[in-house]
Ligand binder design. Structure first.
Ligand SMILES: Nc1ncnc2c1ncn2[C@@H]1O[C@H](COP(=O)(O)OP(=O)(O)O)[C@@H](O)[C@H]1O
Ligand SMILES: O=C(CO)[C@@H](O)[C@H](O)COP(=O)(O)O
Length: 471
């Protein structure tokens, strides 16, 4: 039996799955936490991956790493980080993103080249921020990697040149989805000087050897990994509820949304992965549970004892600033609080806010791609919540397909590794796991209250106007 190892170096933790390459059956699973925060010493990810893969890497015939997108790992000439990595959810680079978009000729011109309009999350925005705010560190940058590139390189045989794939590369802001290649001029424009960029491994290709001699695949961004792990097909919309909230779909054609809401990333198979991403997702529930002094099960119980509309309480959950809509300086806003508000209402409002924000993401994705979803699937850490499962179909207004609990990003990485190991034209077909379909009567009034608050506090996107007819 050949075994492949899939790693997800994600925002909150490193997950590793050792998988049977023939059928995708999970043999062993591990998870090691990452440090909190939106800037992190990238060395912490290497310590975590060593712990997560100890005793698994030596058993694997092939390995691949998927990881949180966009993070800036800026290395000097000795390959030492010039500063902590700035992560996808760090909004200090919002002004830098606006400057770069303007220099590229505006939002649509930017999307036409990159597939996406730059926002704070993108690597190039972070490089521009570094140039403007930490010029001494910026001057020392000789190489820029993404989180998954940095972790892949750590697992590689000594001397392996850094590598990446088109999926994760398409979230940097200096990779063109037109030419499917780097635009070194754009990294130079952002940082003020040129840098070494990792080679781009083709979909299904072999990047080299791991330090154990196993086949090493190119890896990819976590959302591209989830699409592979779920074997996402045309007509599927995947909603992921992790640190970020994501609505994504596979597409054979490039998406170039000049409103900036839908990012037209490349995927890990040679196609595209249009996506809408929110900065605030599972963390909304973490914070609410902390405030109410309960654990996640307690929060779910409280929420289910309130009623739709949370007794008139509405939350706009943009605690960490927001990306969809693009409000990097926003904060959370509560309305409708009264002497009759209960703890149950507060818990309910948090779930409703999270799901309304995800419903907005799905709507915007559907509006931009023009494709009505055949199925909406839901994955990510917060889907373990019984309340999220119960309320999702009511607020999204459609049945929601729930796959069995697993780490689908790491599974996607394992599938990519099996693909590289097999040397086939297409990824291996693994039997689909049984799913549960969640259904509930729609509660459109909850979304109306949320939309009212969202639109009262600002327009949908204040830098890039929304296309007509979208919410
Ligand atoms: N039962 C639960 N209810 C709500 N949230 C949960 C539950 N279990 C885990 N989570 C949350 O899921 C999040 C982690 O999800 P995950 O998809 O692993 O994130 P990431 O990939 O971004 O690191 C954490 O914020 C965690 O608190
Ligand atoms: O920025 C994006 C996508 O553009 C995020 O989706 C990151 O890729 C982080 O993902 P999670 O850690 O939430 O899985």
């Amino acid at each position: 039996m050949a075994l492949t190892l899939g790693v997800d170096t994600s925002t909150q933790s490193c997950k590793a799955l050792l998988v049977d390459a023939d059928d995708g059956h999970v043999v062993e699973a591990r998870q090691v936490p990452h440090p909190d925060g939106t800037e992190v010493d990238p060395g912490a990810w290497l310590t975590a991956v060593d712990e997560a893969t100890a005793g698994l890497l030596d058993r694997a015939d092939a390995v691949a790493v998927a990881g949180q997108q966009h993070g800036m790992v800026a290395l000097d000439a000795d390959d030492v980080p010039v500063r902590d990595a700035l992560l996808w959810n760090d909004t200090r680079s919002a002004g830098a993103a606006r400057d770069l978009v303007e220099e590229m000729g505006g939002p649509q011109a930017c999307a036409d080249v990159l597939g996406s309009v730059l926002v704070a999350s993108f690597t190039s925005s972070k490089l521009r921020w570094l140039r403007d705010h930490e010029p001494e560190a910026a001057a020392r940058v000789a190489r820029v990697l993404l989180p998954h590139d940095h972790v892949s390189r750590h697992l590689a045989a000594p001397g392996t040149e850094p590598f990446t794939d088109r999926g994760d590369a398409s979230g940097t802001g200096y990779f063109s989805t037109v030419t499917d290649d780097w635009r070194p001029d754009l990294v130079e424009q952002a940082l003020g000087h040129g840098v070494a960029l990792p080679r781009v491994v083709a979909p299904g290709g072999v990047a080299g050897e791991a330090r154990t001699g196993a086949v090493l695949a190119g890896g990819t961004g976590d959302n591209m990994g989830a699409a592979l792990g779920m074997a996402l097909a045309p007509g599927d919309v995947l909603v992921s509820v992790g640190t970020s909230g994501v609505a994504s779909a596979v597409s054979a054609t490039r998406v170039t949304d000049g409103s900036g809401v839908v990012t037209g990333f490349a995927d890990a198979t040679g196609g595209f992965l249009p996506m809408v991403t929110t900065l605030n997702a599972a963390g909304i529930l973490d914070l609410q549970a902390r405030w109410l002094g309960v654990d996640h099960d307690g929060l779910a119980e409280l929420a289910m004892s309130s009623s739709p509309g949370a007794g008139g309480v509405t939350l706009l959950p943009y605690y960490g600033g927001e990306r969809s809509p693009n409000r990097p300086d926003a904060a959370g806003t509560w309305t409708g609080l009264s002497p009759s508000t209960t703890r149950a209402d507060l818990a309910r409002a948090a779930y409703e806010a999270l799901l309304c924000s995800l419903a907005d993401a799905v709507d915007r994705l559907v509006a931009a791609t023009g494709e009505q979803p055949r199925r909406v699937l839901m994955v990510g850490g917060a889907t373990r919540s019984a309340a999220l499962q119960a309320l999702a179909p009511a607020i999204l207004g459609v049945p929601v397909t729930l796959p069995p609990p697993s780490e689908y990003v790491a599974l996607g990485a394992a599938r990519q590794a099996a693909w590289a190991l097999g040397g086939t034209a297409e990824p291996p077909q693994w039997p689909a796991a049984g799913t549960t379909v969640l259904e509930a009567a729609p509660t459109p009034e909850v979304r109306e209250a949320y939309a009212g608050l969202r639109d009262r506090t600002d327009s949908w996107t204040h830098t890039h106007p929304a296309p007509e007819g979208t919410p």
